[in-house]
Design a protein around this ligand. Structure first.
Ligand code: LLP
Length: 417
């Protein structure tokens, strides 16, 4: 459920019409709904309320500090994968004690900063990383809280680029090797073994892979207990899918019910790192038709949003729903269009073969663009990145100004004469 709906013939984000947002802030613009973010976060928080659980929103999905601030106010923790994401969380008023630091290439300075502010836990992905973290913590006279991210070899049955829990993926530590590496972690003087972590993939539309993962992790936790290593939390990562087209992903409530049943009677905190299921349907990319170009072979609508703004269709062949901001007939009639951007690549499209009644100047909304939309955008073709606007009830707030060429060039310089 989200708060992007037609009121009469006009698409609104909460109580604000998208046409008014385009008028005020221009296009392309990412438009988010605060109420939708809150609803999606609360779906997790309420579903797991009966058990000690930390919901750590995956910052990479959509990282604007206004959004992190809205979630922090609800009590959210954060899953981060870089020093940059940590600084965002801190600027947004997030609680470092609720931060999980994931990612397989953590640098010494990133580790040191996370130790300085006191994060909840490092999700360590290799033996080499354990030694580095032990060294950094030792130099600071601190103990680093660690989980090992284990790779449970479970097939998430999702797109190969976003499947992460198979033996052949670069992520995590093979579960068959995990006991040995936990023993190493336990023996290092500046580490404090806290938990077990995993993340098997993204856009999962079935619960069974999560349940299989849970069983494998519990098996590991029991093996560790026999060796005297007590695990305090189990982090099941993110991965719950959303509806882009006709998928029917499980709700957080269904997920919670099955996991809570399994964890009953165990003294262990749960943690989750949802990104997409909180952010995707809380945002749209608002874009305008520049020109129609109808040829003997194809009809193209050339729009002002492009692959640099939203790369999911180009990169993964992802299908994203594209709907008109106004349902009023344009006089042009309906045709089947490929919706393409101005970037000089054949792969620059946001949608193909979409039947729409549009004309030059028509506004379109790409739905479900809140996750991995703006955060994956770039300056390719020296295009300024889009503005970001958050609607809160009756008001639209600009939470990131549209980039200018001065922003783009700020760090560049000519060679000396
Ligand atoms: N935790 C870790 C360690 C992750 O690597 C990820 C996502 C998440 C949590 C959040 O997963 P989610 O709940 O969003 O599925 N760019 C791709 C998705 C890449 C996901 C990367 N990791 C896309 O646009 O589909």
């Amino acid at each position: 459920m989200d708060f992007f709906n037609y009121s009469g013939t006009e698409l609104h984000a909460e109580n604000v019409s998208l046409a008014a947002i385009a008028e005020q802030f221009g296009t392309p613009t990412y438009v988010y709904s605060r109420a939708t973010f809150e609803r999606h976060y609360n779906a997790y928080a309420n579903a797991f309320a009966s058990h000690p659980t930390l919901i750590c929103y995956a910052v990479k999905a959509c990282s604007n500090i206004a959004i992190l601030n809205v979630l922090a106010k609800l009590g959210s923790g954060f899953d981060i994968v870089s020093g940059g994401e940590l600084e965002r969380v801190l600027r947004a008023g997030g609680d470092p004690a609720k931060v999980m630091f994931s990612g397989l290439g953590k640098q010494e300075a990133e580790m040191a900063r996370a130790l300085e502010v006191g994060i909840h836990c490092f999700n360590v992905e290799s033996e080499a990383e354990l030694y580095r973290l032990d060294k950094v913590a030792g130099e600071m006279g601190k103990k680093a809280p660690v989980s090992l991210r284990v790779n449970p070899d479970v097939d998430a049955k999702t797109h190969p680029y976003i499947s992460t829990g198979l033996k052949e993926n670069k992520f995590g530590i093979d579960i068959l090797d995990a006991v040995r590496i936990y023993e190493v972690a336990n023996s290092l003087p500046n580490l404090d073994v806290m938990g077990v972590d995993c993340h098997i993939g993204s856009q999962l539309t079935e619960l069974q892979p999560f349940l299989d993962t849970f069983d494998r992790l519990i098996g590991l936790i029991d093996q560790l207990a026999e060796k005297g290593i007590k695990i305090k939390h189990m982090d099941l990562g993110g991965g719950l899918g959303v509806r882009y087209r006709d998928e029917v992903p499980p709700e957080p409530g269904e997920y919670a019910q099955l996991i809570l049943e399994k964890v009953k009677g165990r003294d262990i905190m749960l943690a989750f790192e949802p990104g997409r299921s909180i952010a995707a349907n809380a945002g749209v990319l608002l874009t305008k038709v520049e020109f129609l170009k109808c040829t003997a072979h194809k009809n193209f609508a050339i729009i002002d949003g492009a692959m640099n703004d939203l790369i999911r269709p180009s990169l993964y062949g992802a299908w994203m729903n594209i709907i008109p901001v106004s349902l009023q007939p344009t006089g042009e009639g309906s045709r089947v269009y490929d919706l393409v951007g101005p970037v000089c690549e054949t792969g620059d499209f946001l949608g193909k073969e979409r039947e729409l009644d549009i004309t030059a100047g028509s506004l379109l909304a790409v739905r479900s663009a809140g996750a991995y939309g703006f955060t994956m955008s770039s300056n390719y073709n020296s295009r300024n990145r889009a503005a970001e606007v958050m609607v809160d009830g009756d008001v639209a707030h600009e939470i990131r100004a549209r980039e200018t060429i001065d922003h783009q060039l700020a760090g560049e310089s000519l060679l000396p004469a």
